[in-house]
Design a protein around this ligand. Structure first.
Ligand code: FES
Length: 90
């Protein structure tokens, strides 16, 4: 397991995010409120823009189109960091 830094755009401090935990779980642990519903990558309620860094998904079908992934969208409820990341609300 690796630990990365995550910054939520507009927040003053960084959050620790490990490679085995979702970005949403890391935000929750740090007390950052983020919209969420299904928590399994289908409803898109949590959709965010990945401004910097990279993520991976354990599920083969996160609810994003290939174009959305290319444009930098991610689903924090199922996205796990593979580098330091900066995200913003979509
Ligand atoms: S909460 Fe439903 S896709 Fe993230």
């Amino acid at each position: 397991m690796k630990t990365f830094r995550m910054r939520v755009d507009g927040q003053a401090t960084d959050v620790e995010a490990d490679s085995e935990t979702s970005l949403f779980a890391a935000m929750t642990r740090a007390g950052i409120a983020w919209p969420v519903s299904c928590r399994n990558g289908t409803c898109r309620t949590c959709m965010a823009r990945l401004l910097q860094g990279q993520v991976r998904y354990d599920i083969p079908w996160p609810g994003l189109s290939p174009e959305e992934k290319t444009e930098g969208y991610c689903l924090p409820c199922v996205a796990r960091p593979t580098a330091d990341v900066v995200i913003a609300r979509a």
